[in-house]
Structure formats: structure tokens, C-alpha cells
Design a protein around this ligand. Sequence first.
Ligand code: SAM
Length: 236
Amino acid sequence: MQRFPFEAIAIVRSPYREKFAIPRQPGLVDVLSTVELLPPYNRAEAVRGLASFSHIWLSFVFHGVVREGWKPTVRPPRLGGNERVGVFASRATHRPNPLGLSAVELVAVECDSAGVRLQVRGADLLDGTPVVDIKPYLPYADSLPEAQGGYAPQAPDTRLAVVFSELAAATLVQQQHSYPALASLIEQLLALDPRPAYHSDDPQRGYGLALYDFNLRFVVADGVATVVAIEPLAAD
Ligand code: SAM
């Protein structure tokens, strides 16, 4: 068997502190993340010319599932979580080589004494995701408007309305200065309905979600996600 020893060239810093509720593809949610280049790749010359591109490809490792192995078939959420397709007919995380690929908007390239950072918008990546390569997105080659999207022909619909309890709304006001994008991010994530496909509406069932430095608690009933509380995330 051939082996190719890769190493991380960068690490993603994102608000997503757990896999649950991360959008299933990039660009579905307006969220900012930082790609921090690691030594010896954190040199301005390694990203010279990159800022002229509006989008980049991130090749990364699904580090949160590397030990969980893979199966030849998977059940994509798009098919309701019941129907199986081949792993190579899916973008599932559990793959023989747990590599992911996301096209994201490049907002800024920052080079200073602290190193090199890429500010990106729309990433679907867990905080701490190791990046193994960065490439510019080339519209003439990478944008294929005639392409067929198989069982996922278009972006998922937003499915839930989102409301905040008085308690949660008060926390948002308190945190507005430090986390100005928090309310909008919560609304966008919950509108996509992050619940597993097999969960039907059960207003008694509570969900938790770690975002930035918060644990969010919400319930869902009649097409409405209610954010019950936004609490400090317990230290690891
Ligand atoms: N756009 C990429 C692709 O197509 O290769 C990722 C698609 S994958 C279906 C997206 C999901 O991967 C997210 O919803 C999240 O649950 C999960 N995920 C993101 N970063 C991860 C990581 N570092 N380790 C494990 N799972 C991750």
C-alpha cells in the first residue's frame, strides 16, 4: 500500500466547538473563521498573490472522526437519513482517508509578526480543524454551472423559524459588544434545522450546542426553534 505522510500547514479557528449544527457544506451561513498558518509555512511569501483571489479551497482533515473508521455506504441527511449511497457518492466525514474540501470566501490575508492568518467567510469547519493545503479557487475551471447535483441538487431549505426566550435575549444583549455576530449566527444555524433526520418534533426534547464560548440550549415545536438559554461553556 502506498502511504503519503502529510502534515497540517494551518489550523482553523471557528465558532464551532462541536460537530453538531455545523452546516453540511460551506457558504450556507455567514460566519467568519480564521485559518492560522503553522510554522514553517506561516511566512508572507507563502501566501504572496493569494489576496487577489476572492475564494480559496481548503483541503483539511476531519480530525474529529479520524479514529471512527469508515463504511462503504453512508446515509446522507439529504435522503432523510434512511437511504444508503456509496461513501464515494457522498461528502460524508467518515471516509477511508478522512479528507474534506471546502470552497470559502477569502476576506483578508493578514501577515505580521504573529504570523500569517487568512480570514474566511462561510466555512463548515470545526474549531481546530487541521488544514493540509490551500489553493486559490479558479472560477473558469472550478465553477461548472451545467453540473448535476445528484440527490442534493440545491442548497437545503431553511426549515425553522427561530425565537429567543427572554433569558436568551438578555444574554445576547449582554454579549453584543464581544460577540456582535452571535444572534445572527444562531438564527442561521437553527433555521437549517440541525437535528438528526430521524428526530421528529418533540417539544420535550432539549438540544445543546457549543458555539464560541457558549452552550446554547434550544427546543423545537411546530416548526419553531426556541433558544431557551445561552450559558457559558464549561471549561474542558
Ligand atoms: N465541505 C466539506 C466536504 O465536502 O468535504 C465538508 C462536508 S462534511 C458533510 C461537513 C460536516 O463535517 C459538518 O457539518 C461537520 O459536522 C463536520 N465537520 C467539520 N469539521 C470537522 C472536523 N474537523 N472533524 C470532523 N467533522 C467535521
